[in-house]
Design a protein around this ligand. Structure first.
Ligand code: PEP
Length: 253
């Protein structure tokens, strides 16, 4: 059975002190959570302080991006080694906001995925279609290009260390959530793409999160779907109570 993974993506929200406070609240709330993997992704600026707060707890650290070079003249960027040193376990790669606003492509996603895996960290690889792509009949081709792009030259053994977050772009931050059936159908398709690349055993083990306006009131329905193994949560992860309610829905499965 695949372990649920609920990850909070705080995006460009919370000062360092606010991040520390939210992390402390989350640690307190999830201390009895046993089955579900809980991950939080603060800003780079807050990540080291948040790492101190969650050290030795059942909350894991992610960051929201990374650069694919080791070091050097890349103003504003952060390397995998820097992320690793503070104890992060996951790196979110290819978020639609990165793709939309910061020139992320399937090629740069692939470079970041390989760099992350080479350092022994785990990528959360975000994929998803825009509304125009879905309505224009391009859903499958877009997802196929994103999956094949992300995993180019990644071994099956390494692929198993990754998590995919399927996030329909039209559902992110909009309050419009995919229906349980839409999410399930698409995630089943995504799993079939993984199967084509790596075979049934890797596809059956690889976790696929849903992301896009997942909230306490729709989480149980989404998480009940066969191919939904957790959530990547934006807005609802910014308050400990709503984040915990989603974690509790996963834990109750
Ligand atoms: C996200 O940004 O990954 C996300 C899913 O955001 P929200 O939950 O706010 O839609």
């Amino acid at each position: 059975m695949r372990q649920y993974i609920i990850a909070g993506n705080w995006k460009m929200n919370k000062t360092v002190s606010e991040s520390v406070k939210l992390a402390q609240e989350i640690v307190q709330q999830v201390k009895d959570i046993k089955k579900t993997e809980v991950v939080i992704a603060p800003t780079f600026l807050a990540a080291a302080k948040v790492a101190d707060v969650i050290k030795g707890t059942n909350v894991k650290l992610a960051v929201q991006d990374v650069h694919y070079e080791d070091q050097g003249a890349y103003t504003g960027k952060i390397s995998v080694d820097m992320v690793k040193e503070i104890g992060a376990e996951y790196i979110i790669i290819g978020h639609s906001e990165q793709r939309q606003y910061f020139h992320e492509t399937n090629e740069t996603v692939n470079l970041k995925v390989k760099k992350t895996l080479a350092a022994g960290l785990k990528p959360i690889i975000c994929i998803g279609e825009t509304l125009a792509e879905r309505e224009g009949g391009k859903l499958e081709s877009v997802l196929q290009a994103q999956v094949e792009g992300a995993y180019k030259d990644v071994s099956a053994e390494d692929a198993l260390k990754t998590v995919i977050a399927y996030e329909p772009v039209w559902a992110i931050g909009t309050g419009v959530v995919a229906t349980d059936e839409q999410a399930q159908d698409t995630q089943k398709f995504v799993r079939s793409l993984v199967e084509k690349l790596y075979g049934a055993s890797v596809a059956g083990a690889l976790r696929i999160q849903y992301g896009g306006s997942m909230k306490p009131d729709n989480a149980a329905g989404l998480l009940a779907q066969n191919d939904i193994d957790g959530g990547l949560i934006g807005g609802a992860a910014l308050k400990a109570d709503s984040f915990f309610a989603i974690i509790a829905a996963a834990e109750a499965r």
